[in-house]
Design a protein around this ligand. Structure first.
Ligand code: A2P
Length: 315
């Protein structure tokens, strides 16, 4: 079993820096993936209500606990509040549903999944109508109620995380964002780390399994990048391992998704890869501000969200 390093929160809680992602892990395959991961040494699982697989994950966790293979306190479990539950009265029921599905008494971390609100039927609603701070304050109440230990956000731009950090009484402790050498977002990472906000990078491998709606024919394939391949060959490791170690060395948390035991093992073994300073410099040189998860699904005709307003950047 390999130990990953940890990120320490201000109350002393430790978050294993490498965890298992579960976006696109199908209900029929996710339980086996969770069990394989925990048996290989993963102690951090990243979930979300919208992934549609929390019931199966809960079943796998219950099996592991019942067999005594691992205890609840050994694991770090994150989940996320979906857009349709941003209204303050909807936050606690959404969290309770996730806990029920995962068969847990508490989450280690609960994140606001997107800075996007939607009506219960799914149509987007403006942030003037349901402000992020209002949703956030309802999430903070859940910490007080003991349903989650830490709260944070996901997909927050530098502008949005700064505004929330300055306005909120309960400070965010995590921003989970897309991060890899093609999308390094250094200013956003620097702001978070300087303000006690840990950063998790999703799609660290360039999201090769992303939904068809997010794929264009001319998309660069991160796992096939010649610089990544060259470093991998030199070190005798895989391109995925180079990308994961790059993320770890940056001080970010990283959550590669796989449902294949061999890749789950390979990804965890990335914690032992030794990237040299020259390798890191070459990888840093790949930045091109290229998002794979563009957020285009929130942009509707005459709707309140545009890509520019979502990411707070000129496009
Ligand atoms: P699979 O689940 O079939 O292994 P990301 O975390 O960037 O979104 O990447 C996840 C995608 O990459 C999934 O499609 C997953 O497929 C695949 N993947 C996971 N680990 C590896 C790996 N070590 N090498 C190549 N592809 C991988």
């Amino acid at each position: 079993m390999r130990a990953t390093s940890n990120i320490q929160f201000s109350n002393g809680d430790l978050l294993p820096q490498l965890g298992l992602g579960t976006w696109k892990s199908e209900p029929g395959e996710v339980a086996a993936a969770i069990k394989a991961a925990v048996r290989l040494g993963y102690r951090h699982i990243d979930c979300a209500a919208i992934y549609g697989n929390e019931r199966e994950i809960g079943g796998a966790l219950a099996e592991l606990f019942e067999a005594g293979e691992v205890q609840r306190s050994d694991l770090w479990i994150t989940s996320k509040l979906w857009n349709t539950a941003h209204a303050p009265a909807d936050v606690a029921p959404a969290l309770r549903q996730t806990l029920d599905d995962l068969r847990l008494d508490y989450l280690d971390l609960y994140l606001m999944h997107w800075p996007v609100a939607a009506s219960p039927t799914g149509g987007v609603v403006s942030l003037e109508e349901v402000p992020l701070l209002t949703t956030w304050n309802a999430m903070a109440e859940q910490v007080g109620a003991g349903l989650c230990r830490h709260i944070g956000v996901s997909n927050f731009s530098l502008k949005k995380i700064t505004a929330l950090t300055e306005a909120a009484a309960h400070k965010p402790e995590m921003n989970q964002i897309e991060l890899h050498p093609y999308l390094q977002q250094q200013a956003l990472v620097d702001y978070c780390l300087a303000n006690g906000i840990a950063v998790t990078g999703y799609s660290p491998l360039g999201s090769p399994g992303r939904p068809a709606g997010l794929v264009s024919a001319d998309d660069p394939v991160l796992l096939h990048d010649p610089v990544v391949g060259d470093i991998a060959e030199k070190l005798g490791v895989t391109p995925a391992q180079v990308l994961l170690q790059w993320a770890l060395q940056r001080g970010t948390v990283v959550i590669p998704k796989s449902v294949k035991a061999a890749r789950i093992e390979q990804n965890l073994a990335a914690v032992q890869v030794a990237l040299g300073a020259a390798d890191v410099t070459r990888l840093n040189g790949l930045d091109r501000h290229r998002r794979y998860v563009t957020g285009i699904f929130w942009v509707t005709k005459d709707g309140p969200y545009t890509l520019a307003s979502l990411w707070d950047e000129a496009l």
